[in-house]
Design a protein around this ligand. Structure first.
Ligand code: AHR
Length: 501
């Protein structure tokens, strides 16, 4: 048994919890849209063809903002194909995922779905094969009240009210050679700046996201951010970050993925602030971590290298998540919350079927993957202010990140209700940890809810036949003299709610 401890104090805060930290992502990819959010004819489908069971799980997940329509998909997308009478919409080749895109769901349908789900839509524009004019066109179609050719088309298509979409991504992963129309940093920086300037001429209060590197492992990482932001720093609000992790040979490194996320965020903050100083800006750029997750990317690379047939809604990237994956996802949320002063928007990629917390079958059930649970509980419990959470923990070696703390944690405090939420992980493969949390700086607190995700088989999963095999269970938390004490089993994620009084 190892020992770790945390001292919490309501006076030491990082920033308020941003509700946009709990974003997700719906891309036209595999079965995320078709047979995912949309399946007319499914027993639970509503009048618009949206699956009721998936909508219910989306609400339960507590996601707040959903990015759309891609992803790599957006870099070849013609948004006009997806509006107007469905029968007249063209089927197109989607080069990003080598699929057939029927365009039965487009902008208007997605916004309707988002309203039903109670989430904020976050749109991406195509800066791969397209440019400033098409970005202006989709913005006018979506947000202008009426009385112009494009806004009247939206009205005629059944949406009299503007969609009022505030957050727009200026392309996607434009540094990646896999991206249709990918660009150098100088080319993209200029295009992002001119697109942002033009979009703000149409609507000044937009929140715009410039593409950062598609990963910190990219050879251009750092230089890309500097060059791009030198062009567009004062024209955008966010720079994006994307990161995916998978369990390889070294499980200890995989369990420490949040260490990499911490370092990635710190590096982008440093780069953005350096550019901010160079361009003499008073603005502090925000970070949009708008793609993050566990993704068994190497399996997909093998599968796609073998060649794919052109098909509608193929089964792509349908990773089935383990307990270990869920612990890593819970830890990545700890990292995002810890950086709430700069990471003010984040999207788990993706929402349903494609590397997703929700899975479903055509004509059949929908269920929660293991990763659903830490996301839903963190979104539900993290409220008020994020507290500076210093963990005193033993360390363990990892091949990729050196020695890392066995325990990682973050806490939030809601000044209104007085509630405290603690989110913690044990990254050890074999040692339980006794965690002591010093709460003496708060008034009286009682344990109001405990949720432990752990399993004797760290590879256990949820499946269609056994959809609740893995779920959080209550755990004993003892309180004495202003301390709360709990034992974290190996490879586990914990959430505790402490209520004032
Ligand atoms: O989320 C899957 C893909 O990962 C996205 O389309 C792309 O942006 C990233 O490479």
């Amino acid at each position: 048994m190892l020992d770790a401890s945390i001292s919490l104090d309501p006076a030491f805060t990082v920033a308020p919890v941003n509700r946009r930290t709990f974003g997700t992502f719906v891309e036209h990819l595999g079965r995320c849209v078709y047979e995912g959010i949309y399946e007319p004819g499914h027993p639970t489908a509503d009048e618009d063809g949206f699956r009721g069971d998936v909508l219910a799980l989306t609400r339960e997940l507590g996601t707040t903002v959903v990015r759309y329509p891609g992803g790599n998909f957006v870099s070849g997308y013609r948004w006009e194909d997806g509006v107007g009478p469905v029968a007249e919409r063209p089927t197109r080749l989607d080069l990003a995922w080598r699929s057939l895109e029927p365009n039965e769901v487009g902008l208007d349908e997605f916004v309707r779905w988002a309203r039903k789900a109670g989430v904020e839509p976050m749109m991406a524009v195509n800066l791969g094969t397209r440019g400033v004019q098409e970005a202006l066109d989709v913005l006018e179609y979506a947000n202008h009240p009426g009385g112009t050719a494009l806004s009247d088309r939206r009205v005629a298509n059944g949406s009299p009210q503007p969609h009022a979409i505030r957050v727009w991504c200026l392309g996607n992963e434009m540094d990646g050679p896999w991206q249709t129309g990918h660009k150098t940093a100088a080319e993209y920086g200029r295009l992002a700046a001119e697109t942002a300037r033009a979009m703000r001429q149409l609507q000044p209060d937009l929140e715009l996201v410039a593409c950062g590197s598609s990963g910190s492992q990219m050879p251009t990482f750092g230089a890309w951010e500097s060059t791009v932001l030198a062009e567009c720093y004062d024209l955008v609000d966010f720079v994006s970050l994307h990161a995916y992790y998978e369990e390889g040979d070294d499980v200890a490194s995989f369990l420490a993925s949040a260490v990499d996320m911490d370092r990635f965020v710190d590096a982008v903050v440093a780069t953005a602030d350096a550019v901010g100083a160079q361009v003499r800006s008073r603005k502090r750029l925000q970070l949009s971590f708008d793609e993050w997750n566990v993704w068994y990317l190497s399996s997909w690379q093998e599968e796609s290298a073998a060649g794919l047939e052109w098909r509608r809604a193929p089964r792509l990237l349908e990773d089935t998540y383990t307990v270990t994956d869920a612990v890593v996802v819970g830890n990545l949320l700890v990292s995002l919350l810890r950086h709430s002063d700069r990471v003010t928007s984040a999207c788990l990629a993706q929402l349903v079927n494609v590397i997703a917390p929700i899975r479903c079958e055509p004509g059949g059930p929908a269920w929660r993957q293991t990763t659903f649970h830490p996301f839903a509980l963190t979104a539900a419990l993290a409220k008020g202010d994020v507290l500076r959470t210093e963990v005193r923990s033993p360390e363990q070696p990892t091949a990729r990140y050196g020695d890392v703390p066995v325990v990682d944690a973050v806490a939030t405090h809601d000044p209104g209700s007085g509630d405290v939420a603690l989110l913690a992980v044990n990254r050890s493969l074999d040692e339980p940890v006794r965690l002591d949390v010093d709460l003496r700086s708060f008034g009286p607190l009682t344990v109001a809810g405990t949720h432990l995700l752990s399993d004797p088989d760290r590879r256990a999963t949820n499946t269609r036949d056994d959809p609740d095999r893995v779920h959080p269970r209550p755990v004993e938390v003892t309180t004495d003299g202003g301390h709360a004490v709990v034992t974290l089993p190996p490879v586990s994620w914990l959430a505790v709610r402490l209520a004032a009084g």
